[in-house]
Ligand binder design. Sequence first.
Ligand code: FES
Length: 295
Amino acid sequence: MTGLDSSPVEPAPVDLPPLTEQTRLEAREIMARYPVARSALLPMLHLVQSVQGYVSPEGVTLCAEELGLTKAEVGAVATFYTMYKRRPTGRHIVSVCTNTLCSVLGGQRIMDALSSDLGVHHDETTADGSITLEHAECLAACDYAPVVTVDYEFYDQQDVESARELVAALRRGDKPEPTRGAPLTDFKGISRQLAGFSQYADSSAAAAAIDAPGALGPTLVGLRLAEERGEAAPDMPRRSASSSSGAGAAEAAGVESAKRGAPEPAGRDTGDGRTGTDTPAGAEPGTSGQGPGKA
Ligand code: FES
């Protein structure tokens, strides 16, 4: 039992730093950013994770109390997304992509080598608390395969040896420069960033992180080859957004629903006592016999 009854979030270790009044104030600051306070749950989970290194039972309780949700509701969200950790993490999280493209180019070999070197498997932390190792299913950088991230910063086109050197450096306390993007900090630091607070002590460091170099070479290989060969994509057929049928109508409806103030789709709770307005729940095409309208 965890004290949460319905959530598998693990109990707190004895040396866990407590959530403070400052954490609670920052949680309220996040809530104030949203028209509907419960929309703040995701960054609030990153916030408690930035203090304690995972979403602890205490973190779940804080979020539930502040948002007026049950702990089961908060736990359901915290256990759905893999970026919310259910047990204390190491100083760094090393994620190895083992999805198809990375795997055929060596991602699984990297994962196996690191797992063997560190003596841990997926979602486990080394005894010295330096590294949590995990495999990931596509890190959205397939053009740089095989990819490893550390605290969600990219180390592109890795192989077994470069990944081993990277992890050895992390265990020594070094912070090797990512291939692109912001400088490496640590898991708690990037969690604070994801909560919407700067993880940098001064504004110049924050500005440098924002202006960090990108790398588009592999992404643009196809474009370069097409230019060299004089190839071009065929023109897209033009459709009027005001078209009254088919894909044009669907596209127009999508544009309309993306506008601020547009009515919510049918059946969706807007959080202010209203529900969707355009189609009665259960009356959508293809839902015959389903939904509350047919009960
Ligand atoms: S398959 Fe590895 S980043 Fe997409």
